[in-house]
Write a protein of this length. Structure first.
Length: 704
């Protein structure tokens, strides 16, 4: 079996890292030399970031290198090559995608669902291959959008969607935005003139989650699953939008290749395993580390069962495993049917789908007044949780799916993603189903609902609508906003109903004597609540901005806004042009921010917050200086800390340019361990690549 190391040796890696750092400071002699070195350094940084998930440069450093290259290429246009990283950036919009034929049809795989299916398949394989000496290669089946890539003379010349398997759409312009996909590779060195590589365009679960949060903040329904997000993005007409979405790729087969004149087929191209390791060694995002080879089907079956338990640990959505006969000569002997190859099979994990009955639809009022229809279904277990409520997002969704009360509906829940209704099973209708009647008046305050022409949601525009007020307070206190732990939805609702909490600033003026007399509020819980509220006064500005609940302003936008001012009230004098000049803020968001700060009741609320002692100043926490001593390093704290407060320590790290991660992964550099550290410590030890520090060692490291 042939093993390849990564694309770069550790000596290469050291050299390229130093090269990148050096280029940030100085050019290398001539412009043409500098251009070559910059390209090398940027390609290396892309590979580390997208293929290895292990960034080596701070975002700012990467951007600086890129700008430098762009600047030089603008000065010396004759030096621009098709595979320069700057050429990923496409100009303008693509009108539509022309249809192209695949070099080899993209067949689908036969599905199996249990050990018996696999045992049957194994028997057939040995008959067709006319041997018992089979080895099987097993790899994750990523849930994304299929893609075919063609490289001519080592250069990426075409990227196409699967389409109907014979013809796909030419999406080269968008594929080039995906930095995991190399624009060129040393294929000619191995005598390969043309090759077609197949794979899957995927989206990281975290990226998907962030993206959906933003969609919800923008009043759009979230996308159902990472697969839809990936395939939708691949067909967007604006390549710059594609670039923003942060797609990734996993390439899992060489479907066809042509040798150069006189070249001999490389040995690695005799097995599936060898060919993917080889792709990986050239910088392609092949699942080289996730592949396993087995000699018997029983080993394969055991591996499948074990892997299914760990499916949620992977950064990308996986819906099964693919098992392939490893030897290409045997694959050829076995051949294919018109639908699928005989030498490969998909083992599908248990579906996270179920059918249930749509009982009724409730209409909920959100904090900005939008009305959300929520389907109440007969409780049904899906992927380990019982689902009884499913959001329908807006009226259009109900119309498009033609949902009716009494319908049997197909419900899906992918990974940690919120459940959604795929479709009604219309063939099961009895004729007794009832249409869903959309309300004309607010269910909370009975005001007439409005719908703006360009919006999907109906809205209650009564600013004093009681449900909206309570929802705004709940949002302000929530984890991603001011993070007032004990002031959850239930307590806010209770206090609000009793008149103890009329509005957001009211959080800081609760009549505690009255609370102490209430059921379920002992001395200790009141003290905890008071403390949590007191601590929230020191939260960084972006949390306040996010907490205010300005329409279209999600967490990311709140950070952008916070970093642009010194004091929150600076926004009183900002106009749309100034706001639109900020990164990723479009006219719709800018308008919404201007409207918010123009309203007297909002100014009054901000004044009351200030009087209560809430921090409205941008102290530049959460902003990471690229030249800090900890730039490019990542940290995580776990266990009970006794030398400092976690939030203070995190702020110190960020002030020195470091970043805080949410969990233990190969991207983590330092885990700081307090008392009673649990699973995070175990995981870090298992990884072996994480530096584990005590609190004292951490203080030494940051020099305080
Ligand atoms: Zn209302």
């Amino acid at each position: 079996m042939v093993y390849f190391a990564g694309m770069y040796t550790s000596a290469d890696e050291k050299r390229l890292y130093d090269q990148a750092k050096q280029l940030l400071l100085n050019d290398a002699g001539s412009a043409s030399d500098t251009i070559l070195l910059l390209r090398e350094a940027i390609n290396y940084a892309d590979w580390k970031y997208y293929v290895q998930s292990d960034p080596v440069l701070a975002d700012k450093e990467y951007d600086d290198l890129y700008k430098k290259l762009k600047h030089l290429e603008d000065q010396y246009p004759e030096q621009v090559t098709a595979d320069s990283p700057t050429q990923r950036v496409a100009m303008g919009l693509s009108e539509r995608f022309p249809a192209v034929s695949h070099l080899v049809p993209m067949l689908s795989l036969e599905n199996t669902y249990n050990a018996e299916d696999l045992t049957d398949w194994d028997r057939k394989c040995r008959e067709l291959a006319e041997t018992d000496e089979l080895t099987y290669c097993v790899e994750p089946k990523y849930d994304g959008a299929s893609v075919s890539l063609v490289y001519d003379d080592g250069n990426l010349v075409r990227g196409a969607t699967r389409g109907d398997g014979v013809m796909g759409e030419d999406v080269t312009i968008n594929v080039k935005q995906i930095k995991a996909i190399p624009l060129s590779a040393p294929l000619l060195q191995y005598g390969i003139r043309q090759v077609e590589i197949r794979g899957e365009i995927v989206i990281h679960k975290k990226v998907f989650e962030t993206y959906n949060k933003q969609r919800i903040a923008d009043g759009q329904p979230p996308l159902a699953n990472p697969r839809n997000a990936a395939s939708g993005t691949l067909r967007i007409l604006d390549p710059s939008e594609v670039r923003k979405r942060g797609l990734n790729a996993i390439l899992y087969s060489i479907s066809d290749y042509t040798l150069a004149d006189g070249a001999v087929r490389p040995d690695v191209l005799k097995t599936h395993y060898g060919s993917l390791q080889w792709l990986y060694s050239m910088g392609f995002p092949a699942p080289a580390r996730e592949m396993k080879v087995f000699k018997t089907i029983d080993e394969v079956i055991a591996y499948c069962a074990d892997f299914e338990l760990r499916r949620d640990d992977l950064p990308f959505e996986v819906d099964g495993l693919v098992i392939k006969v490893n030897d290409y000569a045997l694959q050829d002997r076995m051949g294919m049917t018109s639908h699928h190859p005989r030498w490969a099979v998909a083992y599908k994990f248990k579906a996270r789908q179920a059918t249930s009955k749509l009982l009724r639809v409730e209409f909920q009022v959100g904090r900005v007044g939008s009305i959300t229809p929520v389907a109440k279904i007969e409780p049904v277990p899906i992927g380990g949780v019982t689902v009884s409520s499913v959001s329908l997002f807006n009226e259009d969704v109900i119309r498009e799916k033609d949902l009716r009360i009494g319908d049997t509906v197909l419900v899906e829940r992918a990974g940690d993603v919120i459940p959604y209704i795929v479709k009604p099973l219309t063939e099961l209708r009895t004729g007794d189903e009832q249409p869903i009647v959309y309300p004309t008046h607010c269910p909370a305050c009975a005001s007439l609902l409005e719908r703006l022409p360009d919006e999907a949601a109906w809205r209650c525009i009564n600013i004093n609508c009681p449900v909206q007020v309570a929802e705004r307070i709940i949002h302000f206190a929530s984890k991603d906003a001011m993070d007032i732990r004990s002031l959850g939805a239930a307590n806010v609702q209770k206090f609000h109903d009793l008149g103890l909490l009329p509005d957001i600033p009211g959080i800081y003026h609760i009549d505690w004597e009255r609370v102490k007399g209430m059921d379920g509020f002992g001395e200790k819980s009141v003290t905890n609540l008071q403390q949590a509220i007191e601590q929230s006064k020191g939260q960084p500005l972006y949390r306040v901005i996010f907490g205010l609940g300005i329409r279209h302003v999600g967490e990311t936008t709140a950070k952008t806004l916070a970093s642009a001012v010194v004091h929150l009230t600076d926004f009183y004098s900002w106009n749309i042009e100034q706001l639109s000049a900020l990164q990723d803020i479009g006219p719709k968001v800018a308008q919404s921010v201007v409207d918010f700060f123009a309203r007297d009741e909002n100014k009054r609320m901000i004044e009351l917050l200030q009087t209560a002692g809430v921090n409205l100043i941008n102290d530049h926490r959460g902003q990471r200086p690229a030249d800090g001593a900890l730039a490019g390093k990542t940290f995580l704290f776990t266990g009970t800390l006794s030398h400092f407060k976690r939030s203070d320590a995190e702020a110190m790290v960020e002030a020195k340019g470091g970043a805080i991660l949410g969990g233990v992964s190969s991207k983590l550099n330092y885990l700081i361990v307090g008392e009673d550290a649990g699973s995070k410590l175990e995981k870090a030890k298992k990884l072996g690549s994480v530096n584990i520090l005590t609190e004292v060692e951490f203080l030494d490291l940051i020099g305080s």
